[in-house]
Ligand binder design. Sequence first.
Ligand SMILES: [Mg+2]
Length: 235
Amino acid sequence: MKLVIFDIDGTLIESTAVDDACFLRAAEEVLGVRSPDADWANYPHCSDTGLVSELLRRYVGREARAEDVERFRQRFRALLEDAVRTQPSLFSPIPGIHELLERLAEREDIAVAVATGGFEVTARAKLDWACLPLQAHPAAFSEDGPSRESIVTAAVRRAGEAHGRTDFDRIISIGDGVWDVRTAASLGVGFVGRASADDADRLRREGAEMVISDYLDEPELLRTILAAATPDTRA
Ligand SMILES: [Mg+2]
């Protein structure tokens, strides 16, 4: 059995812009951090918890406490809810993803999991807003981090438990961030990048060999996804 692991923002849903805008506003309101470096690739851990910790460390000069993360999570969630109420199309699924997920669900030799740097509560809300049928799938979140390696490793472990196995023949991560490329490389799993034409080069420079802009060509995608897998990857 093979395992395909999807990131959420920018990979399943075209939500990066609104996510960043709400995140930065919450950072200003809750943490008192205004106009920080918003290139998350420059942070040690690209997860919501990891970013909150590093923003406080770098711009406020103190370590994050549990209540900082909780207050941030609540405000960030409220800002995202306001955004979707104003403009539901802000959380549109990437074209073709519904059909691809249907094809994957028909395959008994392919398992699907989710691994996101987002908080569980906001990540699950985004899946609902985009009407993506992934809530019952094995998933890992910022709470499993802060590192993306920890999050993807937790997703692999839960997928193994869900399918009653200790390993997969192949594991393929699909993501849109340079941190997704780096995480796949450090864990030794296959990688498919999802990016607009403008951003594809950034992923390729990090070492991504396959970068797609959408999921409209399902048969080709299934071949691509399976070809991107590296052999003998253990869960
Ligand atoms: Mg992403």
